[in-house]
Ligand binder design. Sequence first.
Ligand code: ADP
Ligand code: ZN
Ligand code: ZN
Length: 806
Amino acid sequence: MYAQVIVDVPTMQTNQPYTYLIPEHLADVIEPGMRVIVPFGNGKRRVQGFVIETISAYTGSNELKAIDDVVDLAPVLNTEMLALADWLARKNFAFKISVLQAMLPNVMRAKYVKTVQLLDETAILDSQLLTNFFADRHEVPLDAEHVDVDVLQDLNRMQRKNQVAINYYVGNRAKIKMVSAFKPQLTATEYDKLRHDLRKSAKQQARFLTYLMHAPQQWTAQKEVIDEIGVDYATLKKAEAQGWIERSEIEQYRLPQLTSPVEATQPLTLTAEQNQVYQTLIENLQAHQAQTFLLEGVTGSGKTEVYLQAMAQALAQNQTALMLVPEITLTPQMVRRVKSRFGETVAVLHSALSDGERYDEWRRIERGEAKIVVGARSAIFAPLNNVGLIILDEEHDASYKQEDNPRYHAREVAQWRSDYHQATLLLGSATPALESRAHAQQGQYTLLRLPHRVQEQQLPAVNIIDMRETIKAGGDELFSEDILTAIKQRLDRGEQSVLMLNRRGFANYVNCRDCGYTPTCVNCDLALTMHKVTNSLVCHYCGYHEPLPVQCPQCGSKRIRPFGAGTQKVETELQKYFPQARVLRMDLDTTRKKGATDKMLEAFGQHEADILLGTQMIAKGLDFPDVTLVGVLNADTTLALPDYRAAERTFQLLTQVSGRAGRADKAGEVFVQTYNPEHYAVRFAQKHDYEGFYKYEMQLRRDWQYSPYFYTIQLKILHEAQNEAAKVAFEIADWLKPFLDEKTVMLGPSMGSVARLNNKYVYRIVIKYRQGERLFAALDELMQAGQRLQRQKVTLVIDRDPVNFV
Ligand code: ADP
Ligand code: ZN
Ligand code: ZN
């Protein structure tokens, strides 16, 4: 027997599987989807790999190496995942190994350990350096970064003479948590009798027996009981010795915890509109059809309630359900809502979990113990079986696109899995992506609408404030008179406000008022951001930082100052106007600590603050009844993005954040401060007019030949030397040209709008096309050639349907 194995060698990415011999003793063990350890290359190097297929005949002429060992006792990737990986790698020009790894929890990635083994002890006798290095050991971990260069050179020389061997081991970091546990062995009556027969002084034993009388006949972790009823370890030992209980080690899941217990809730009675949507969905669920629905529902229209009830239907049919939400809206509030309906059968997957928690949640899903999964982007790979329903909430959200290797869009994976399982796919948003809405137009998706809020509450009135006028009239750059008045009213009435500033740090960037100079990152050419706490300038892209200049490096002027404001600065200014107001600031800095977001939102919900001031992270998903004012302090930042989706992004953001106001019985009001008050994105958002925006924007996209009329592929070519990056970019462009048909447009190569990233120069080629078969074949070939480019230190990125153009 032979196995086709995709190996995990970072510098040797290829989609070609390698054939290995399956040794006799593993013949009955190895199955596709298992991780194995295989020798690779010369010497004793060992790497992890995935078996994707087993075959009975090998026709090649190479002498085959044998699989060393298996990592798993059962496949960690099932047939579905293997097929999905295959498709996804091809579709997105990704390497299979990176797709396979993306499907599994982090801890299941191999950890490689390199050691040096001393074969000839006499070889080091003369060297004090080497004697110290080995220090009486025969095998020593070799971490090149921490070993003296002289030692490394000696070891190199010795390796050539076979005096030492370099070994590679594959470590397994996936650890199962075991705890001591016990299980009752007798009946309640027997325990009762034992308790009566006890000596009076045996208080602990008496307490334990009382506990055992009512304890469930199952394994229980001993620590919890010791703490709860106040018995010591010796009591348990005695109980075991007398046959009252059995003791053992059991596996314990590390379950992600919420701060307080979740109370069960019952399904709400659906409104007529909700019910219509719901009926359509369950009809499809019952018919087991792979069908995609686009639910366009205004903010507060009760989409989430529809999701929950549709999921209940999937469970009732003995199927499973998967719900994706953007990382930012995957708040404890949301998790609580789902758990309150479905309890223990819910698994949660997101980036704030520890590796152990993630691994355990993954295993609960894989074993079929969790039937509902709520998670962020990568949860789309959750190993659920028999999937009946997949939901993407806020389906337009850019975070569903993975920007690093392997690039994929959760929506396309959802579509694939829906086809595989004949499952219902539900995409929901108040502001669907233009592409999705266009699909509904063409009939690929079924359009469902919830045009009203649940209790017929009005959508909030939106006031546009022209900041150019405010400045001309000598007003404040941050707060116009109108917004200040509105905040004051809320404070007086004891209502709450949400203020959004789409920035971070004390002030966004610094510029010289005399010559216009703006300090930029030495690695990335991006404007540096000022941080007040450390009094420094920081690059948000690569982390580079330098002290804040006191005079302009270009003209020497002292009038080099922050331009624009960040959340900290706004908070300070806000407190000057309203010293008595309780302000909660929510941005990347204040939410970094685990559970911080949870605490803040909980506090805001309890009315412990009057104003929630935050970055775009507060724009989505929050549902607080007492918020009657939403203020957008600067609507313009997203309009200035170098991206054809800038208007769409702005419209979405403004609509989403407006939706936080007036969700319950009190009417809401929104103020939007902008320097572009006539912009159509701002105007349509003011009217909550998604359909109007859609039609207008589609016209523009058609005129400019953008998505969804044309597909795009972006190639990025990165190299440390600018001329090398340019040269390769032009070579690639020339090579590709014959594969483009006449309707296809190639833009560039041009220097990226951020010329350098992490010390590498970036060149971009953008290809706009309608038919791509020949192009894809060419790109596939190009990707396989990436191996050669890598040796030239050129990084090639092929990004299908990019969502960012930097
Ligand atoms: P969306 O997800 O569309 O923004 P939500 O599902 O968060 O809307 O619903 C908004 C509010 O209305 C929530 O507080 C929710 O509990 C409530 N709600 C939803 N459906 C109903 C219903 N059928 N009856 C009463 N309240 C509802
Ligand atoms: Zn200057
Ligand atoms: Zn940088």
